[in-house]
Write a protein that binds this ligand. Structure first.
Ligand SMILES: Nc1ncnc2c1ncn2[C@@H]1O[C@H](COP(=O)(O)OP(=O)(O)O)[C@@H](O)[C@H]1O
Ligand SMILES: Cc1ncc(COP(=O)(O)OP(=O)(O)O)c(N)n1
Length: 265
């Protein structure tokens, strides 16, 4: 029996981030991928131009279409730009009793473009964090969610602790891509902190790395991994994808999901 994963997110027509990155990652990890589109984003490796949000009734209809036919084993959410989209997704996650849910709290693209309104940040905290198995903020997202200024490893751990103990998420993975030094991430699961380490590669081709990482973790959860195992597999997947760049695009290019198979001439 094949495992199935659903991503609820925005799009990237150049294929490096968002829904497209998630589906490629699910496929690469041998999991049947499904998708619900929340926003159609005009973006490329140089940045975000604009986006059009799907109406919440249409997001709801897409989620119902999936769950009434093929129940996913795990769900990931990415770009949810406004409070209405967040409210409908939260309602549906509860209605369908989703127990394996990875929340990537997408806020600002690496190009600097805001992908979420200010009001929606509060909705993420109040409505989505209590439902999630795991939240995967990068440092700016962890700062926005907790109000902390994160400058040290201890600050990263404190952010994880606040997200779990004060906001009710089951586990928090604070990603170190924006930190100085090595690319180390810290998982707090409510009882202990675990460190997931990687050498930092000197590359600009990291577009969509957060999406790809969260999608890989979601795929492994769908396959039945424990949370710690899923993060370990996800970290190894994203490190491999960053280590072997395709070097396509005029700006910050995509990670290479197919590390060993795709090459550029
Ligand atoms: N230059 C790099 N070399 C190796 N790993 C990286 C690099 N940049 C980011 N990562 C890793 O990629 C993942 C995504 O991290 P991050 O950049 O913090 O998230 P986001 O893409 O959401 O901003 C994390 O595991 C992080 O440690
Ligand atoms: C539609 C969409 N969702 C999320 C992002 C942000 O992607 P992320 O993986 O956090 O990394 P960057 O590309 O911003 O480095 C996006 N651009 N588009």
């Amino acid at each position: 029996m094949v495992s199935k994963a659903l991503t609820i997110a925005g799009t990237d027509p150049t294929g490096g981030a968002g829904i497209q990155a998630d589906l490629k990652t699910f496929q690469e990890l041998g999991v049947f991928g499904m998708s619900v589109i929340t926003s159609v984003v005009s973006q490329n490796t140089l940045g975000v131009r604009s986006f059009v949000d799907m109406h919440e009734e249409f997001i709801e209809s897409q989620i119902d279409a999936v769950f009434e036919d093929i129940r996913p084993d795990a769900v990931k959410t990415g770009m949810l730009s406004n409070p209405s989209a967040i409210a409908i997704v939260a309602k549906k996650l509860k209605e369908y009793n989703v127990s394996q849910y990875v929340l990537d709290p997408v806020m600002v693209a690496s190009s600097g473009h805001e992908l979420i309104s200010q009001e929606a940040r509060q909705s993420v905290k109040e409505e989505l964090l209590p439902l999630a198995t795991l939240v995967t903020p990068n440092l700016p997202e962890a700062e926005a969610l907790t109000g902390l200024t994160i400058e040290t490893i201890e600050d990263m751990k404190e952010a994880g602790r606040i997200l779990v103990e004060e906001y009710g998420v089951k586990a928090a993975l604070i990603k170190g891509g924006h930190y100085k030094g090595e690319a180390d991430d810290y998982l707090y699961n409510g009882t202990e902190f675990l460190k997931f380490s990687a050498k930092r590669f000197d590359t600009k081709h990291t577009h969509g790395s957060g999406c790809t990482y969260a999608a890989a973790i979601t795929a492994r959860l769908a396959e039945g991994d424990s949370l710690n195992q899923a993060v370990e597999h996800g970290k190894s997947f994203i490190t491999s994808a960053i280590s072997n760049p395709l070097e396509i695009g005029k700006g910050q290019g995509p990670t290479n999901h197919w590390g060993h198979r795709l090459t550029t001439k």
